[in-house]
Design a protein around this ligand. Structure first.
Ligand SMILES: [Zn+2]
Length: 67
């Protein structure tokens, strides 16, 4: 990916893993809701991966549905 992208996950070539709630915390707000793309700067692909990972993580009780 290009160096100038706004998406941090592209820039640092990060793997999105549902087993890392500490990392996924960065993409949810204080209420536990998923943050919008306009806020995080994620690209479409990574926003999709993050959203999938957060949902998976919630089902495993690693992240809260709400708080
Ligand atoms: Zn990206």
């Amino acid at each position: 990916m290009t160096a100038k992208t706004r998406c941090k996950l592209c820039r640092y070539d990060t793997e999105v893993d549902y087993k890392e709630p500490g990392f996924l915390e960065k993409f949810i707000d204080r209420r536990g809701k998923l943050l919008p793309r306009s806020f995080t700067g994620n690209c479409a692909r990574h926003q999709r991966e993050v959203s999938r990972a957060v949902k998976r993580s919630r089902n495993l009780a690693l992240l809260p549905f709400t708080r």
